[in-house]
Design a protein around this ligand. Sequence first.
Ligand SMILES: Cc1ncc(COP(=O)(O)O)c(C=O)c1O
Length: 380
Amino acid sequence: MRTRLPMPLPPARKQVDHGSIDHLELSRLGIDPSSILDFSSNIMPVEPSPLVWQAIQSVRWDAYPDRHCMELIAAIADLHQIPPDGILVGNGCCDLIHTVAGSVLQAGDLAMVVGPTFSEYARCSHLAGARVIEVPIRFPVRESSQLLHELGNSIEESKPQVVWLCNPNNPTGDYIESEKIFELANRYAKVKWIVDESYIDFVSRPSLLDLPQLNNVIVLRSMTKYYAMAGLRLGYAAMESELRDRWAEAQIPWQVNAIAQAAGVAAIESKPHYDHAMQSLALETLRLRSRLVDAGFAPNPTETGYFLLPVEDATSTRNKLIQKGILVRDCTSFGLRSHLRISVRSRLENERFIDAIGSRELRYHPSSELDADRSSHCES
Ligand SMILES: Cc1ncc(COP(=O)(O)O)c(C=O)c1O
């Protein structure tokens, strides 16, 4: 296996690639967004619970929302059995990623990104004036202890002020045991650990929120994925209360709108509705992966509701699929130019995907060495 040296990332202050429908791209292609099946955003395929519908319909939007999000914070604290004074709510996890970078990073600091992973960690660190290195150890997926051992070595060599870790990871879908992350964060206590658990509910495995709070750890959660409210925008962060207060001081007032707050409270109250959908998603993920194997593909293992799919050329495959009404995530911007990321949808929709990707002009020829895919220059 190749040695995995930390790579300095060139400043990426501009917008970076993401999954989901890009309305500008579709208007240039002359494609109606409503004709597209989106397999590129990792969102639970579920209808809102009846409680969420009710909550949304009863919100008054002619008044300002509660700028402290008190009811929602109480619901989150109750859900995780953690103190409310360490919780901050944001307008989606991405909002929190950007504001936390501004709170914990100083110009000239070193931020370490455990990659390949979500591109906003590098981007917001650059925007905060930090230098950024990526430790490219999450692809191909390996055993957690080995991965964390390598990460420990990189921390000792490079001495970063901040480590960004996504668990489970986007785009690889692998999970690292939270107890092991806790141990490492405890060992490197001068480093601030920002652990993004936006997909943790998709794996039913322990979270850092189940363990004692460490002063140097900030846990980020999105509510847009598991509770399928990407358009509403909602996320939260948990940390020790002093840091939380400093960060809250810097937040834009009324950052979280009243509808998102009400929907968030109702979604937490109706968590069994989403847990039930998760059980179906887990089964459908197994089924879709096995259908792809039958069709001659070699989907990567995953612990979540999305997975990497090796193809010859991710960009051209994505572009051909979009003409067939199927949107997938081209992973070239993660440095994985021969991989697509596929988010599992309903059975019928997944069958449409299989038909499209199995069609003659998209026939797949397996590449011999997955690891060779990781390009040496990675932007996100
Ligand atoms: C790992 C990760 N964190 C955060 C986000 C953004 O979440 P939100 O929609 O809550 O801003 C994404 C979106 O794709 C993501 O993949």
